[in-house]
Structures are given as C-alpha cells and as structure tokens.
Design a protein around this ligand. Structure first.
Ligand SMILES: [Zn+2]
Length: 342
C-alpha cells in the first residue's frame, strides 16, 4: 500500500514515499504504522538507500470488511462503470495533494536542524489531512501524485471525483479538470502555447525510440510520443535530488519497459504455439506474412505513460518542465487509459 496511519494517532496519514526521508532522519519506527482502514499492522518496506524499488507498506492481515483493502483490490483493474453512489465514492481515495517544503530539499548533504523539522513535517502533514467523522478516510491527502494517478487510471468513470492540487488554479477541482493529455496532433505553436502554459497534471506516452530516456549532468530528458518529426520532451532537473531518487526513476522506467517487452514475448510465444498446433510444422516454417500478423496481434494495449505536474517551458515550446523539479510530482506507469464516451 502507498499509505498508512500512525498507531499512536489515527488521524496522521503517512505516505510511503516519505519513508526514506524518515529513515534518513532516524525517525522511522517500523512498528508505528497501521492500515488506514483497519487495525492491521503496516510494515515499511524498501525505504533504504540500497533498495531499488520505491518504498511501500506491506499489510498482510487486514480485518474483515476493511475499506482500504477493498479499494486496493479495486485499484488492480480498470473499471468499466462508475462505482460512485449518491453518498460519494464508496472507498477511501486521494482528494488532495499536500507537499511539505522540506522534502524538496533532501539531497545527499544533511542539513542543520533537520531533526526538529522532520517532526514538524509529520504534524503539518496530519493537519492537512482531511479528517472525516467516525475515523473513516474517504477523503485523504496524498504526499505524491502516485496514488492520484492510480485512481485516475483505475476509475475512468469516476473522474468527477473531487481533487485539489495546491499549485493549480482552485477552480480546477475534479480529476477530469486537473488531468490533461498532451495532444498528439499537429504541432501549432499558438494553439500549443494556449493549451499547455497553465500548470496542470499532464500526461503523455513515452516515445519508444531508443534514445527516449537521456541523462546528462543531472538532467533527465524523456522524449514523449508525438506524431511529428521534432520531439516533445519532459525535462527533469535532478541536481538537488538524492541518488536514490534519481536512480529510482531510471530503474522504474527500465523495469516497466522490460515488463512491456516480456509481456509481448510471452503473448507472441503463446500465439506461435497455438498456430503451430493447428498448422503443424516448426516455427521457422511460418510464412513471414502470418508471422507479422501474430506479432501485430501480440502487442499489448498497455503503454508507458509519463505523468507530471508542470507546464510548457516559456523559452522552448517543445519542452515541458516539472513543477519545482519536485520528484513527488512525477510518476510513470504501464497502463491503458480508458476514456468513457461522453
Ligand atoms: Zn486494512
């Protein structure tokens, strides 16, 4: 799970992305966390600098009827209809992003007074978490865009759910209004500037070209898919990031690229076996035209998408920049994004 709450104070919600920071400050008590929906223990995992995977909470024994567990199960798939009822979305979901200043400054160098600030960090975070009566957490604060993006992907028919991001215009208050796809149609400078100058939560597919991920002096350049010869990119300045964070982004991208490739090979092999079962012979005998058909039909509908809060660089209209170079505002996912017919 991405979030848990403090056992000592049930209204304090902690995002798993904050675990490396707490660990670095020697503030991490592994027994301090429980599930946000029940009393089950939430064990912090993968938060040390040597861990490649992003930090998370492992919860093994949810109590019966735990809403957080039900939500987590629902997140696993993309839904084909709305599950929102008259009384709102039935499970706890992220409605608000809250960023505490200090996390933006964590680099490899330790700062003075940082210990007292980390305590302040937790209480500030808690104060910004919506508290709903009866200790239900139907609205909760996210510390990164990751849980927000997951909700957007999994519940395409519930994108009118509430959401607020502090750096955005407050008139934007739903998932639908805040997420914006970067168009893959013809590049038109005026139109382009009009569409992408405002800060929003943008997303686009990662280009499949070999050089789509480049790193240079702490700058990560991600080439986004665009049906034009000159590419559109997202530039992330990671010079103030910890090495763990920087590597995590690159490792995550290579791991989802591999996942996509593996899935393709697995599907293709299954199709080839099936074909040979019907036609007889060996793989090498399959006519090139048939092989091409098998390959085409093995391609997954899932693509690598890059999500980020940011806007177009005012000096270069083909480059997007991540807001404040804040790693909490970036997320990559292998997914299929469904658009309900309106
Ligand atoms: Zn639970």
């Amino acid at each position: 799970m991405d979030i848990a709450r403090l056992k000592s104070n049930h209204s304090h919600i902690i995002d798993s992305d904050n675990l490396p920071f707490l660990n670095e400050m020697h503030e991490l008590d592994k027994d301090a966390f429980i599930c946000i929906g029940c009393q089950a223990k939430a064990l912090p995992c993968s938060y040390k600098p040597i861990n490649k995977k992003r930090a998370y909470f492992m919860i093994n024994d949810h109590e019966n009827g735990c809403d957080a567990y039900k939500y987590e199960q629902l997140l696993e798939k993309v839904h084909t209809k709305s599950i929102t009822t008259e009384s709102g979305f039935p499970y706890p979901y992220p409605t608000k992003l809250y960023l505490q200043d200090i996390l933006n400054k964590t680099n490899d160098k330790k700062e003075k007074n940082i210990e007292s600030r980390s305590i302040k960090y937790i209480s500030n975070y808690a104060n910004n978490t919506d508290k709903i009566k009866n200790t239900s957490f139907h609205h909760h604060t996210a510390g990164t865009i990751r849980p927000i993006v997951k909700h957007f992907i999994s519940f395409p028919y519930d994108r009118n759910n509430m959401l607020s991001l502090p750096m955005l215009d407050s008139s934007l208050s739903t998932y639908n209004q805040i997420f914006k796809k970067i168009s893959q149609y013809k590049f038109d400078l005026l139109q382009w500037k009009k569409s992408y100058t405002d800060i929003k939560l943008y997303y686009a597919r990662l280009s499949l070209e070999k050089d789509s991920i480049k790193t240079n002096n702490g700058l990560i350049t991600l080439k986004l898919l665009f049906s034009d010869y000159s590419p559109v990119s997202l530039i992330i300045d990671t010079t103030n990031w910890s090495n763990k964070k920087r590597n995590e982004i690159l490792d995550e991208l290579s791991s989802i690229s591999k996942q996509k490739k593996d899935l393709y090979i697995k599907t293709l092999n299954a199709k080839i076996s099936q074909y040979l079962l019907q036609s007889g012979g060996i793989k090498e005998d399959i006519p090139a035209r048939e092989m091409k058909k098998l390959q085409e039909s093995s391609k997954s509908i899932e693509e690598i998408y890059i999500f980020f809060v940011g806007s177009l660089d005012t000096n270069n209209s083909r480059k997007f920049i991540l807001f404040n170079d804040d790693f909490r505002l970036y997320y990559a996912s292998l997914c299929n994004i469904v658009y309900p017919a309106s």
